[in-house]
Design a protein around this ligand. Structure first.
Ligand code: G6P
Length: 433
């Protein structure tokens, strides 16, 4: 990915970061890079994610997927990092696949039933993904899906692939039924695992080029260096950190392509769950261009000066002419295409924020393909790792998500948890219709 931080400079925006401040920050980037390199060399927890381009074995994935490779539909049952990386890849490339990728990453009963009711289970495969193998939502949905297959008289054991840790209920299930299975790589937190089997089994079933994904990621890995001025990922990570330190506590991720909408959702988990610690962290907002120009842009341009907008340009795309019209006021559209309109809106919106002194950064892809996606995923992961070093937080753990899990288990009779008791003590002030 390419990064342009020009509109985040203090000469353009407030809050903004001066070139001199970036140069001072660059010494911290150099130190952080040394720490990151050490972590990668020693295969330390978390830093190991940045070794995935060399570590992930596409042949191992292809072999495991082979029994279900013919599926017309793939249901991935997972949540958080065990679903969003895969969804980012297959949703971005959906128009290049004959396989429908469905993601059950919520336990909304009406939605789950509506998804299952419409599928031809004879030609559907199940991709169950969970590092721990104990995530309630994933196991609950898997039990529902399995029951649906059994009710339809379809042997789920011939249609299921499992990606999980060395031990736990899913590993036991896989062993008990001799299911094709892959291992979640040690040392790689879920939100950093898109470029492993966690994210790439779905890509393989959908017929995407695993080698190109990893080559794009490897090329991004090659750019990691001791200076933000030589490394796009570090330029982004350092700039977002510097802007947060200067008041831009919100980062709106705005891809200008429907195919990259899920990438914004994946980024939101990566950024929030990695950096949201010790009362620190920048709030990611999922948005979409051009659509949110008619929704959130007013706030970005004229609301509180607490936001950075990250534009993502998809690069080359297929295009479509806008037909001529006899409506005089709209005649100018008839000479152009939808792609030209989108690109003009991107440039105009970027400039409108700069004109209002609102910081924004541009991430650029050459096009939306496996190679560029691999680079984007890796680049944002590396940016996040660098930002975590600058914040001096524990980038790779997520203790705050455990409280609600315990409360949930307690509420469902899965054990005695004081968190569940706290739920019953809720302070209420109801205003009823
Ligand atoms: O892969 P699993 O163990 O099922 O975890 C799935 C997700 O849930 C956890 O609570 C964390 O919030 C996420 O970082 C993780 O990706």
């Amino acid at each position: 990915m390419h990064v342009d931080i020009g509109n985040a400079l203090a000469s353009v925006a407030s809050p903004g970061v001066s070139r001199a401040a970036l140069e001072r920050l660059d010494t911290q980037v150099a130190d952080a890079h040394e720490r990151i390199e050490r972590g990668m060399d020693d295969h330390e927890h978390g830093y190991e994610a940045l070794n995935l381009p060399q570590r992930t074995d596409p042949d191992e994935i292809r072999t495991a997927v082979e029994p279900v490779a013919d599926a017309d539909t793939l249901i991935t049952v997972g949540i958080g990092g065990s679903a969003l990386g895969a969804a980012t890849i297959t949703n971005a490339l959906a128009d290049q696949s004959d396989t429908e990728a469905v993601y059950l990453d919520n336990v909304d009963p009406e939605w789950v039933s509506s998804q299952l009711d419409r599928l031809d289970l004879e030609n559907t495969a199940i991709n169950v993904v969970s590092r721990s193998g104990t995530t309630a939502e994933t196991l609950a949905n898997f039990l529902v899906v399995r029951d649906e297959f059994e009710s339809a008289g379809v042997d789920w054991t011939e249609r299921t692939i499992v990606t999980t840790g060395d031990a736990g209920p899913l590993r036991d299930l896989s062993d008990r039924h001799d299911l094709p299975s892959l291992k979640v790589p040690d040392g790689v937190p879920g939100r950093f695992s898109a470029l492993s089997a966690v994210g790439m089994v779905a890509a393989e079933v959908c017929g995407h080029d695993l080698e190109a994904l990893l080559e794009g990621a490897a090329a991004e890995a090659e750019t990691l260096s001791g200076s933000l001025f030589e490394c796009p990922a570090y330029a982004y990570g350092a700039t977002t950190y510097a802007l947060d330190q200067r008041g831009a506590g919100i980062n709106a991720m705005v891809p200008y392509a429907e195919s990259l909408e899920t990438a914004a959702e994946w980024f939101a988990q990566l950024w929030a769950e990695s950096l949201g610690k010790d009362d620190l962290g920048q709030t990611p907002v999922r948005a979409l261009g051009v659509t949110d120009q008619h929704s959130q842009l007013q706030l970005y341009r004229a609301g509180p000066r607490d936001k950075l907008v990250t534009f993502v340009s998809p690069g080359e795309t297929a295009d479509r002419a806008i037909p001529e019209t006899d409506v005089e006021d709209l005649a100018y559209l008839g000479d152009s295409t939808l792609g030209e309109l989108l690109e003009a809106e991107f440039d105009a919106t970027e400039a409108s924020l700069a004109a209002a002194g609102r910081p924004n950064v541009r991430l650029e892809l050459e096009r939306v393909d496996e190679y560029e996606l691999g680079g984007l995923l890796y680049g944002l992961e590396a940016a996040c790792v660098l930002a975590g070093e600058l914040y001096a937080v524990n980038t790779f753990e997520q203790p705050a998500v455990e409280w609600a899990k315990k409360a949930t288990r307690g509420l469902l009779g899965g054990g005695e948890f004081e968190e569940a008791e706290a739920v019953a003590e809720k302070t209420s002030l109801r205003v009823e219709r």
